[in-house]
Design a protein. Structure first.
Length: 135
């Protein structure tokens, strides 16, 4: 009887640990974009160039230059449903003569940068959109 209980407990533990693999990482969604103008995220200026966006969770996106010299985490809030890959883009809003990364429309949802959440667009705001490309 004791051997039967040990066997049962061993099988039960194997099933439990197999269902929840340790160190499991969420899938990372990656997109590329080429930004033809200088832009800002918060108080940091980014040069025009080619960038990669990575996101494993909808609340953050990472932007990095293709040469790896620039890397920034951006907190985001979802405000609308995901878009098709063909409609994916980043929206930049011009304020005080500078273009700010303000929205991300992607396969994980339409998101706004947390610093822009609830911000009412001003008359002088001008928007530019840059298309995202998913591999």
């Amino acid at each position: 009887m004791r051997d039967c209980a040990k066997t049962f407990l061993t099988v039960l533990l194997i099933c439990v640990f197999s269902a929840y693999p340790s160190g499991a990482q969420p899938d990372v969604v990656t997109a590329k974009l080429s930004i033809p103008f200088d832009f800002w995220i918060g108080g940091k200026k980014f040069p025009a160039g080619d960038y990669t966006l990575d996101s494993a969770v909808p609340s953050f996106v990472s932007i990095r230059s293709t040469d790896g010299k620039i890397n920034q985490q951006i907190p985001t809030l979802i405000y609308a449903e995901p878009v098709n890959k063909a409609d994916a883009r980043v929206v930049f809003s011009r304020r005080n003569g500078k273009y700010y990364f303000s929205e991300l429309w992607g396969v994980l949802g339409k998101r706004t940068i947390t610093a822009d959440y609830g911000r009412t667009p001003q008359k002088e705001d001008h928007r530019r959109e840059v298309r995202l490309t998913y591999p």
